[in-house]
Write a protein that binds this ligand. Structure first.
Ligand code: TXA
Ligand code: MG
Length: 354
């Protein structure tokens, strides 16, 4: 398949020419095609959420198991009514507070949504993204765009179009290049079909922020632990996700000890013929000795760490790194999302230094 790559201004200020391109891309979605597009979290791979053939195509392009449900993206709050059986007060409250934005709600689905889109579940995930390109594309696509992250299943989600091209070129109709995304980690998912509501995937909108609006909010115990004996409640969270090709270990503890430990391991691994990469904070970067050392951002700026994490994992792949060590982060607030993704990328391989 020929894939058309469309460049749109990064600024979010859409010119008339950009608008015409998005209108054409929306028409492709309406006709059952697939279009990758930027959102404020990560790039999405969009198809018509109400067309089961489109959902089949999405699973095929990603190589994703079809029991892993897709998120339905909308661009107007009112559009939620036809696709869910009821809109609880809690949904209205958090939509008021956080939509458009990086928040996905799970609600009981209506018959309008094919079960192919929801991986056979009788609930549906709904999100209203804030990115202007995403909003315009959804509107031109008929209002309901099913979009998982635009990566091959199992790889880190793309935060720049280059990695969408790498994974999806030849498999989908259009890739819209809107520059680097803002947040860099996928949306927070909150399940509103249970009481109290439960966060199934942590993201930029933290449990604490949701609790300010909703009162009590719980978190799925599997978010940071693999030893709970329970299956994650979001089907997609059970897969080893976000994974780089190189084997990744997280090293937690006091900064100096972490640095010494990683440098010792790095020397040994390099001796044994491995190509070693380190995910460092800006504060510690210059103290590491490895083949590739990358700063993920400053400890004082969690948002920069989130924005760069997936790109760094992808770059290590590009640079042939076979063994990766990462500093650990405090799993609180937005840091919980960072550690959740890092733990999954590492298959929960963690060394705790006392
Ligand atoms: O930020 C995002 O949410 C991005 C952008 C493109 O919007 N999308 C995204 O989609 O991350 P995806 O498909 O990569 O992740 C969706 C997650 C999966 O873990 C899936 O299992 C879960 O949402 N999910 C979808 N529908 C669900 C449902 N009805 N119940 C529980 N989990 C659901
Ligand atoms: Mg994904």
């Amino acid at each position: 398949m020929d894939t058309e790559i469309i460049k749109i201004a990064d600024s979010g200020d859409l010119s008339e020419a950009d608008d015409a391109k998005l209108r054409a891309a929306g028409e492709i979605v309406r006709q059952g095609g697939l279009v990758a597009f930027p959102t404020e979290t990560v790039y999405g791979l969009g198809g018509d959420a109400l067309n089961k053939e489109s959902s089949h195509k999405i699973y095929a392009a990603k190589g994703r198991p079809s029991d892993n449900p897709l998120i339905v993206h909308i661009c107007e709050f009112e559009d939620i009514y036809p696709i869910v059986r009821e809109v609880p007060e809690d949904a209205k409250r958090i939509a008021q507070a956080f939509w458009p934005g990086p928040l996905t709600m799970i609600l009981p689905k209506s018959d309008k949504v094919p079960s192919e889109t929801t991986g056979g579940l009788d609930t549906v995930a709904v999100r209203m993204p804030a990115h202007p390109v995403a909003q315009r594309l959804i509107a031109y696509s008929g209002g309901y765009v099913a979009a998982p992250s635009a990566n091959t299943s199992g790889k880190p989600s793309p935060t720049v179009a280059k990695y969408v091209v790498e994974d999806m070129h030849g498999k989908i109709d259009v890739i819209i290049d809107g520059g680097e995304v803002g947040i860099g980690l996928e949306s927070t998912i909150i399940d509103l079909t249970v009481s109290p509501p439960m966060v199934l995937r942590p993201g930029y909108i933290t449990r604490e922020k949701l609790a300010e609006v909703l009162g009590q909010v719980e978190s799925d115990v599997t978010i940071l632990r693999e030893d709970s004996g329970q299956a994650p409640k979001a089907p997609g969270m059970k897969y080893r996700h976000y994974a780089p090709k190189g084997e990744l270990t997280i090293v937690q503890g006091e900064a100096r000890k972490v640095m010494e430990y990683i440098n010792d391991c790095s020397a040994e691994d390099r001796e044994a013929g491995q190509r070693v990469g380190v995910i460092a904070t800006a504060e510690m970067k210059e103290h590491y000795c490895a083949d590739v050392v990358k700063s993920v951002g400053s400890r004082k700026d969690e948002e920069s760490i989130a924005r760069h994490l997936y790109t760094i994992l992808r770059e290590f792949d590009d640079e042939g790194v076979t063994r990766i060590y990462s500093e650990g982060f405090v799993a609180e607030g937005f840091g919980q999302a960072i550690m959740n993704r890092l733990l999954k990328a590492a298959g929960h391989s963690v060394v705790e230094l006392k």
